[in-house]
Design a protein around this ligand. Sequence first.
Ligand code: ATP
Ligand code: MG
Length: 427
Amino acid sequence: MAKLQAIRGMNDILPQQSLSWQYLETVFQQVVRRCGYQEIRFPVLEHTELFKRSIGEVTDIVEKEMYSFDDRNGDNLSLRPEGTAGCVRAADQHGLLYNQQQRLWYAGPMFRHERPQKGRYRQFHQFGVEAFGMAGPDIDAEILQLSASLWQELDLGEYLTLEINNIGSAEDRKRYSIALSEFLQLRVDQLDEDARQRMHTNPLRVLDSKSLQVQEALQGCPQLESFVNDESRQHYQQLQALLGSAGIEFRENPRLVRGLDYYNFCVYEWTTDTLGAQGAVCGGGRYDSLVEMLGGKATLAAGFAIGVERLVLMLESLDKIPAEARQPIDIYLLAVGDNLGQQSLQLAQLLRAHYPQLGIVSHCGGGKYNSQLKRAFNSGARLAVVLERDEPGKELLGNVKIRRLDDSAESETVEITEIIPKLAEFL
Ligand code: ATP
Ligand code: MG
């Protein structure tokens, strides 16, 4: 029978790669914890309506990318394409937003039916933070500082650039969209099909078209900047001042509009040129009207989402995973001879009790010394500890051998009672 394969664009993360993921997860959790953010978990499935109302009907995500289906009750559900909508739904449903301030984070798989390529998948993962009840721009600066700290902790700071833009209110963008649409209609010959369609449905999205021809057609187009309201402008200026004093460098990108409708005021993206075409690793901004759009009481809000796969790709290609994070097993325990099961189990537990931070594997399944040693090497452990009975039926020797699993092959045989202090010398 033919073997079944995974769905295209949905990756298995194998044990070796999981180490990179775990490293990244640990660092992320440390950074958000330090800033007082608390985890929220919400389902991967929600009513499709939630995403339509929040992300917007006329966006790539909702129009083309969602995994939606009717369940057995006939309810139309979708796999979440991003985290903010579900986070807001959950926080509001459980009364976390009413007259309160919240600093939340989440992590997990997201689903978008896109064309799979390097850094772009159909199941991918995001880390996100969302802050509620704060007007900013101090909270916006805090969130950007949090992301900058994360890059620093991961030693990726020099490879990432922050781009920011002021997109005003939904009202401002509506007026701007009309002006931009009029401008584009005069240059329709220079637009590709995508841009021609968006020119009517969501003209702002034409701004971040990847086509050079479209970018050329945009030369001299009306600028969003001249449509945004004073409050938004002030917010943006204050944010820039805060970023400056925090030593966070940024570049203003007037074409940055982001693909989701719910943003207002400042939006931003962290990008890298180390990944090829898929250069955005983190995107976010303010979304002060979203809670109300979803039926809650108006609540100030801001947040970002990070693409985990893209960060893992960066960490791996730039060789930024620390050696200790790549070491799942430290000690491999060999047991050579018959009936050593009990002693072997006991010794393994003794070692684990003394070195709870180490990974200690006890060989199972018997076999000769050489074949066990080969497994020890393959395990990636640094040390082998050999429990040996020299002849079948004889008493267990009172000695164990410690052997380095490297070219030095340094080894020493010690009394079993001395194993703990001796191991400390080898580690
Ligand atoms: P892009 O411009 O690359 O399509 P986006 O604007 O659609 O990104 P967001 O919705 O802002 O992405 O999501 C935040 C982050 O999630 C992105 O910056 C990116 O790192 C990551 N991301 C988005 N879509 C995918 C995907 N299909 N596969 C892998 N990562 C993704
Ligand atoms: Mg996208």
